[in-house]
Design a protein around this ligand. Structure first.
Ligand SMILES: C[S@@+](CC[C@H](N)C(=O)[O-])C[C@H]1O[C@@H](n2cnc3c(N)ncnc32)[C@H](O)[C@@H]1O
Length: 347
């Protein structure tokens, strides 16, 4: 951790500067809808999109981003963490949760109160934010909202180190580039990106996530944007693109897939876990998808049709020798969901 974690964290984690101020002052100030919208407009929409979206699609994405950012940046847990916090090395207790700590913790040490400085040091450390628990009366959970998988292992991005190193080697030979540029789209806190760089420092790592956490693992560049709306500058940039358990949450999976193909460099390789089973189904997006695909009785059913169209376009590119598509064996049987590898041969 840096010597003065509050200061450095504040600069790096600008969207959580209100949380740091709240910890230091003891009083959490909720961000207003206007402030949240300003963050979204600057980060998520303040650039030209690689794949154009129409006004309605932009609006639907904006509503979603503002909602998700509001859930995250104004979460009641953050408010609780700005007040009296006890910690026993395993669990943070807020709102008086420490009073029945024996029910929650197997550890023997009694929880002790944290100073603001200790809180900033602990809460802005990704290893703590990733793993420790938060307890308040009648409620216990992790600090993170989503999982953050390792690069290697059984429930991870790749099965084993040998296979992953072999892939980087193949990409270096194919692209004749030594310092490979890698993107994880829907990267969570960036754990897999940090693992990658530890295995092979000669890569440049980029992570896209719609909602940053107060603590993030190490990546060379985090982009707080949506996968459906990558910047134009991403065109042909990445030698490796990965995505794990993330497409399922996107709003326009078919657009995010197009972005991946466009963002691959020649000789590049994308390894995606592709699905749309958790697609948003708010009344606004429902109205949009029923116009796009009349007769589809859910956004999930509509997405099957939209993805089928994009896959047909990609198959044309494949026939023209521009890309190779390697779907997992069950991909088409599961209505175009499963593993999807795309290799870019030429632009
Ligand atoms: C379940 S987490 C997966 C994290 C990590 N890939 C893993 O396998 O553990 C889903 C991630 O997708 C991100 N996400 C959800 N919708 C998104 C969108 N439309 N654009 C970009 N990221 C999005 C979330 O913010 C989160 O980082």
């Amino acid at each position: 951790m840096p010597d003065n974690p509050g200061q450095n964290s504040k600069e790096e984690r600008f969207v959580y500067s209100h949380f740091i101020d709240g910890i230091m002052s003891g009083k959490f100030l909720t961000l207003s809808p206007t402030e949240i919208k300003q963050i979204a407009m600057k980060n998520h929409f303040g650039f030209v999109s690689l794949t154009p979206l129409n006004e309605r699609e932009e609006q639907l994405l904006l509503v979603l981003v503002v909602k998700k950012l509001n859930d995250r940046l104004n979460h009641e847990n953050l408010e609780g963490l700005c007040g009296q916090v006890f910690y026993d090395g395993e669990t943070f207790y807020i709102n008086g949760g420490e009073k029945d700590w024996k029910n929650w913790s197997r550890r023997k040490e009694a929880p002790y109160p944290l100073s603001p400085k200790q809180k900033v040091e602990l809460l802005f450390n990704p290893n703590i934010w990733h793993k420790k628990r938060l307890v308040m009366p009648r409620f216990g959970n992790g600090l993170t909202r989503y999982g953050n998988r390792d690069l290697l292992g059984s429930d991870a991005y790749f099965g084993d180190e040998k296979g992953f190193r072999g892939l980087l080697e193949k990409l270096r030979q194919r692209t004749r580039v030594t310092k490979l540029v890698v993107l994880d789209t829907g990267c969570g806190m960036g754990k897999a990106l940090q693992d990658m760089k530890e295995l092979d420092p000669d890569i440049e790592t980029h992570g896209i996530t719609m909602e940053p956490e107060p603590a993030m693992f190490n990546a060379d560049h985090f982009h707080y944007i949506v996968a459906e709306r990558m910047p134009l500058e991403f065109e042909g940039k990445f030698h490796l693109i990965v995505s794990n358990m993330a497409f399922r949450y996107f709003l326009f999976q078919h657009k995010a897939l197009l972005n991946v193909v466009k963002a691959l460099a020649n000789g590049g390789y994308a390894d995606l876990h592709f699905s749309f089973d958790r697609i948003d189904s708010s009344p606004e997006s429902r109205a949009y998808f029923s116009e796009q695909v009349p007769g589809a009785n859910s956004n999930y059913e509509a997405m099957k049709v939209l993805v089928r169209k994009v896959m047909a376009d990609l198959e044309v590119l494949q026939e023209a020798g521009k890309i190779n598509i390697i779907p997992s064996s069950n991909f088409y049987r599961q209505s175009m969901q499963g593993g999807l590898i795309i290799e870019k041969v030429s632009g």
